[in-house]
Design a protein around this ligand. Structure first.
Ligand code: 5AD
Ligand code: SF4
Length: 458
């Protein structure tokens, strides 16, 4: 493909420019947002730097999903305070915490700029104004903003795998969740801009594209000029997969109430769509699911799992779960344990319930499970999941899998690291291969987290 049609997606190196340092917390969506922010700031004359000591502007892109995510950022502000005592530097808090806490963030004397997730285009103005005048804030949420025309500048990237946000915001009101309040209403991005961004990544040598959204299954773009024309997620997935059959496509996150069979059939049709579905269950108890406003039951969740296994027998399934939501009884917890046993997830992100101010749960349901009990339940789920992950990984022993090499192993420079289509991390001796190569490996041994392998040359 011809590179010249696309602008550079690498950070600009220019010692003469003012420097921005960007630190990112939270989900992959936030990582991608930081890349959008860098693009906007580069256009305004900034260049990225790799330490706070060199920065003229420090930005921290934040997460509000659980209290501990916010506490970590507040701790970082103390570090930035020390830097500010030494010299002149601006500090900005952007993203979900900026949206949630707004002016409150300006009270501690460290923060100069507060910008919510839909205000990033305004950052150059906010920064200029903060230099001249007092503190600046923009936390307006938008019904339209998708940053569709902005080419994210890829930082900290391995040059192999990149994210594309296909939508923003969320229209589900899960009672425990802060996301709809801090990221606003759901908007789907124009597929043409998504395809253009994917083509640009491919032209720059990327081999894997991760399509991101809070709920990708509700992606729906309606042509504003012709309302009968629309693109749903299954179609978008197919369009991205067809761009280059040697480039992998992944996506997250799926929602059990919205995931269609059409998505599963599209996955089955294209080898380059990776066989992995992240399908957060949150709880195995119908009482909890109802209270969480998840809009599916244990039974319908299990039906979706059965359908995945029928259409995509080799597909890995991962999940998210919350231990200790309001009113969770021992029986509710046992239902979660039994669902985990029944499904046999490949892996899971497991959390204790953290009450978030302003959510439906915080207004109506008491956070009444003692911390110690939440921790005990979470630990039981983690222990079980470790066994289940090991069981799932053992099924790979002796098998030959195609792996996309993503980098060098941290433990040994002689080893490479990569993932199978099913998202299993593999470690294997390099044998002269490099990041970006596809290699076939034979799985020799495993732990619950990793497959140990060797390359089989054909
Ligand atoms: N407390 C704990 N975990 C939460 N999640 C979302 N909100 C909360 C909360 N208030 C978890 C869910 C979600 C994942 C991204 O974070 O499991 O799927
Ligand atoms: Fe991502 Fe949600 Fe955290 Fe915001 S609150 S960074 S959307 S996980």
């Amino acid at each position: 493909m011809n590179n010249t049609n696309f602008r550079s997606i690498k950070p600009i190196c220019d010692e003469t420019r003012p420097k921005v340092f960007i630190e990112t917390y939270g989900c992959q969506m936030n990582v991608n947002d930081s890349e959008v922010v860098l693009s906007i700031l580069q256009d305004a004359g900034y260049a990225l730097c790799d330490s706070i000591g060199k920065a003229d502007l420090i930005l921290v892109n934040t997460c509000s999903i659980r209290d501990n995510a916010e506490q970590r950022v507040l701790g970082r502000l103390d570090v930035f305070r020390l830097e500010k005592k030494k010299r002149k530097v601006l500090v900005g808090v952007i993203g979900c915490m900026a949206e949630r806490l707004k002016e409150k963030l300006l009270e501690n004397g460290v923060v100069d700029i507060v910008a919510g997730p839909d205000a990033y285009r305004d950052l150059p103005r906010l920064v200029s104004a903060a230099k001249l005048e007092s503190k600046q804030i923009n936390t307006l949420l938008s019904h339209e903003e998708t940053y569709a025309d902005i080419s994210p500048v890829r930082m900290d990237s391995n040059g192999v795998s990149a994210f594309i946000s296909i939508m923003r915001g969320c229209n589900n009101v899960c009672s425990y969740c802060i996301v709809p309040y801090v990221r606003g209403a759901e908007r789907s991005r124009d597929p043409k801009s998504i395809l253009r961004e994917a083509e640009c990544l491919i032209a720059n040598g990327y081999k894997e594209i991760n399509l991101l959204g809070q709920n990708v299954d509700s992606y729906c773009w309606v042509n504003p000029d012709k309302e009968s024309e629309h693109v749903d997620f299954a179609r978008l997935l197919e369009m991205v997969a067809l761009l280059d059959r040697s480039v992998r496509v992944r996506f997250a996150t799926s929602h059990p109430k919205d995931m269609t069979d059409a998505v599963l059939y599209t996955m089955a049709m294209y080898d380059n769509i990776c066989k992995h579905i992240h399908l957060p269950v949150q709880s195995g108890s119908n009482v909890m699911l109802e209270k969480m406003n998840r809009k599916y039951t244990r039974e319908t969740y299990l039906q979706r799992i059965a359908k995945i296994r029928e259409i995509l027998p080799d597909c890995a399934i991962t999940t998210d779960v919350i231990a200790g939501f309001s009113g969770e009884t021992e029986d509710d917890h046992r239902q979660t344990i039994s669902l985990f046993n029944e499904v046999g997830f490949d892996s899971a992100f497991m959390f204790q319930y953290s009450e978030r101010p302003g959510t439906k749960a915080s207004r109506h349901y008491p956070d009444d499970i003692p911390t110690q009990l939440k921790t005990e339940r979470l630990n039981e789920i983690i222990e079980l999941q470790n066994e289940l992950s090991l069981d799932r990984n053992k099924q790979y022993l002796g098998r030959i899998c195609e792996v996309l090499v993503e980098g060098r192993s941290k433990r040994s420079a002689d080893d490479l690291i990569g993932r199978t289509s099913s998202n299993k991390t593999c470690v294997f001796p390099a044998n002269g291969h490099k990041p970006g190569d596809y290699v076939n490996v034979k799985i020799l041994s495993c732990s619950s987290a990793t497959l140990i392998a060797e390359i089989v040359e054909d």
